[in-house]
Ligand binder design. Structure first.
Ligand code: OGA
Ligand code: ZN
Ligand code: ZN
Length: 442
């Protein structure tokens, strides 16, 4: 155990309120999840020396105390942390239950707290950090690592959007990725599973071959066993697992032998499932090949090359609908928006669109209403055109034992029309959280 070091920093607090000037932009009202505090470009020098009340320094971390808060430096990044937030983030056992690891105090209870003392030192385990005492008589200790973590959340693999950043693809890019894997390398193998989920997150599509096809019942099919190794299957009115076969009087175009164009499943839900698996049990037909396209690639292409069209596609929603077989579901989604965060998505599913509603809001002059609506149709055509490009689509025919696992809110899937004979896929859905949880912890 290291001796308790007390290197007192004279702090003269409180002080009159500071007026921090930002040399860049005002902080965004809504920082997106990929934007860390490092997006602040504040130079400490902007605050006159008399407004700095002391400093604590380690090799890679520095705290500069001001009247209203502390500037935490992590290498070249800064985070202006109010004393409210610093108190709120106290990691001690009175503030965070060591067993549940959940907070024992509300954030609001830090609203009026003031710093009384701060000094460098060590905790009982010998870790270096900062001791801080507060006007509510509480004493906190923050390790250097905890202070650094406040600046930029970079907690090893736990930051999935950072460590498994999406790579948008056209066909050549997808083909150069680790698209195909063998079941024997994945099942029961943590390394193989991690690689499969990495591919599914980064590219949105992975094909696993050699998945046994003998057991076909919902209860003991290989699809269920395989997917349950990842986590819980998402249940819907189609069941936990469901069969894609051509049936007479089908209640869904998927259950026919007709051409089924690029789409996402279940957009008539407010929270459509993130991931989908389709396992090919039988394929004894002519035709019926599968094809896929990265809607993020197409959306990004339009955002870069045709911002006007991109803005229309992010402003007008589409209605998706399922009205059959004793069910009625309807949900309205915008087609595209920011593509940068873990939960970003595109909404595109032409076969499952409901009735098109008026685009222009009420009381818009007639001529303007026609114009807006016409423009919307032109924007839709441009998105279709991009998705239809042969270099954007990846096509192959599923063999019996192939299983595709894909990001249903990003990668569009489709199948061509097929002829007589038996074709049977078994499918299921997984929520994003199931996969992201595994990626963070595997
Ligand atoms: C579906 C689907 C594709 C296929 O069931 O949603 O898209 O290849 N099926 O049959
Ligand atoms: Zn505490
Ligand atoms: Zn589908």
């Amino acid at each position: 155990m290291r001796p308790f070091l007390r290197m007192s920093v004279p702090l003269r607090i409180p002080r009159p309120p500071l007026h921090i000037r930002y040399n860049h932009t005002q902080p965004q009202a809504h920082l997106r999840e990929n934007e860390y505090a490092s997006t602040y470009e504040i130079s400490e020098d902007e605050l006159p020396p008399e407004e700095r009340h002391g400093q604590i320094e380690w090799d890679k971390t520095r705290l500069t105390f001001h009247s209203d808060g502390v500037l935490i430096h992590r290498n070249s990044q800064y985070d202006p942390t109010t004393y409210q937030r610093l108190r709120d983030n106290c990691p001690c056992p009175q503030c965070v239950d060591p067993s549940t690891r959940q907070k024992l105090r509300t954030s609001g209870s830090s609203a009026t707290v003031k710093l009384t003392k701060a000094f460098k030192g060590f905790d009982a385990a010998g870790e270096s950090g900062a001791h801080i005492t507060w006007s509510d008589s509480h004493a906190s200790f923050y390790t250097e690592a905890q202070l650094r973590d406040m600046v930029a959340f970079d907690n090893g693999r736990k930051n999935v959007s950072h460590h498994f950043r999406r790579k948008l693809w056209d066909r050549p890019t997808l083909e150069a990725s680790n698209l195909r894997m063998k079941y024997e390398d994945v099942r029961g193998n943590a390394g193989g599973m991690l690689e499969m989920l990495r591919q599914a997150q980064v590219y949105g599509l992975v094909v696993v071959s050699g998945v046994p096809t003998e057991r076909t019942s919902d209860k003991d099919c290989e699809l269920r066993a395989f997917m349950e190794e990842i986590g819980e299957i998402r249940n819907t009115f189609y069941g936990q697992t469901w069969d894609v076969k051509s049936v007479v009087n089908s209640k869904n175009v998927a259950y026919t032998s007709q051409d089924l164009g690029l789409h996402m499943d279940l957009l008539y839900f407010s929270s459509p499932p993130r991931f989908q698996a389709l396992h090919c049990l039988r394929n004894r037909v002519q035709g019926g090949s599968s094809y896929f396209a990265d809607s993020f690639y197409a959306a990004r292409h339009i955002q870069h090359n045709d911002p006007h069209t991109a803005s229309i596609l992010s402003r007008y929603p589409l209605d998706f609908e399922y009205d059959n077989d004793g069910h009625y579901l309807r949900c309205r989604h915008f087609i595209m928006n920011n593509l940068d965060s873990l939960r970003s998505h595109v909404n595109w599913s032409p076969p499952f669109q409901g009735k098109m509603r008026r685009v222009a809001p009420p009381r818009v002059p007639v001529k303007q209403a026609y114009k807006a609506e016409k423009e919307f149709y032109e924007a839709l055509a441009k998105f279709e055109e991009t998705l239809g490009r042969p270099d954007v689509q990846y096509e192959f025919t599923m063999k019996e034992g192939d299983l595709v696992f894909f990001d249903n809110r990003r990668v569009l899937h489709a199948r061509r029309e097929y002829g007589e004979g038996e074709r049977w896929l078994k499918g299921c859905y997984l929520d994003g959280e199931v996969v992201w949880d595994r990626l963070a912890t595997l």
